[in-house]
Design a protein around this ligand. Structure first.
Ligand SMILES: *[C@@H]1O[C@H](CO)[C@@H](O)[C@H](O)[C@H]1NC(C)=O
Ligand SMILES: *[C@@H]1O[C@H](CO)[C@@H](O)[C@H](O)[C@H]1NC(C)=O
Ligand SMILES: *[C@@H]1O[C@H](CO)[C@@H](O)[C@H](O)[C@H]1NC(C)=O
Length: 175
């Protein structure tokens, strides 16, 4: 998992702004920004499915369907790359005119410097777009987290047993 902060030049104005906003007291915790870059693996169908549909609405529309996922987080875009955590997910197909999920995910890291820490996101997911979702909280090293994630589908293989791979960038503001 690359924990590459922004270039110092980009970060500098943020640091200055944060310092001004927080005030002069030097014993108050300082807010930091951590950028995480990782890959999210989602499997449908077959013995190793990580996502299941738990509610199928009546009729032939997917509107109202609900899925639950226990997805896999890896360092790189190859399925053999290092496992770094899981992402438990609830996704409701809440779009009537087009497929748009109301999604809630908890990311939990199980390796590396963020082992045991996690953060949660909530937002709209449309698989054909670059998705931006808000970070609404965190635990461990990411306590008090806020921020956003950008993610996009980079690979989709299989038919009845489907592997979806998403690339994630998370910009986490925390103390
Ligand atoms: C499911 O996972 C097991 C254990 O990792 C693996 O041996 C098997 O090949 C996988 N099956 C499929 C269909 O991917
Ligand atoms: C549902 O099925 C009906 C009848 O076959 C069809 O007219 C309608 O377009 C379908 N709706 C969707 C959303 O596929
Ligand atoms: C992550 O933390 C748990 C609990 O402290 C520990 O048991 C486990 O070995 C750690 N995993 C890695 C890969 O460091």
């Amino acid at each position: 998992m690359a924990s590459s902060p922004f270039s110092p030049l980009l970060l500098l104005p943020l640091v200055i702004l944060a310092t001004i906003a927080i005030g002069s007291s030097s014993d108050e915790p300082k807010e930091k920004m951590t950028h995480l870059h990782f890959y999210f693996y989602d499997y449908y169908g077959g013995p190793n499915a990580t996502t299941i549909t738990v509610v199928s609405p009546p009729g032939n529309s997917s509107f109202g369907s609900i899925g639950v996922g226990d997805n896999i987080l890896r360092e790189g875009p190859e399925s053999s790359s290092k496992l770094i955590g899981r992402a438990q997910e609830l996704a409701v197909q809440a779009g009537q005119e087009s497929t748009a999920y109301l999604s809630a995910l908890n990311f939990v890291f199980t390796a590396g410097e963020y082992n045991g820490s996690g953060f949660s996101i909530l937002g709209r997911a449309v698989l054909t777009e670059t998705m931006e979702r808000g970070i609404v909280g965190g635990t461990g090293m990411f306590r008090m987290a806020r921020g956003y994630t950008l993610s996009k589908l980079i690979r989709s293989t299989g038919t009845t047993e489907l592997e979806l791979v998403m690339e994630y960038d998370a910009y986490i503001y925390h103390y």
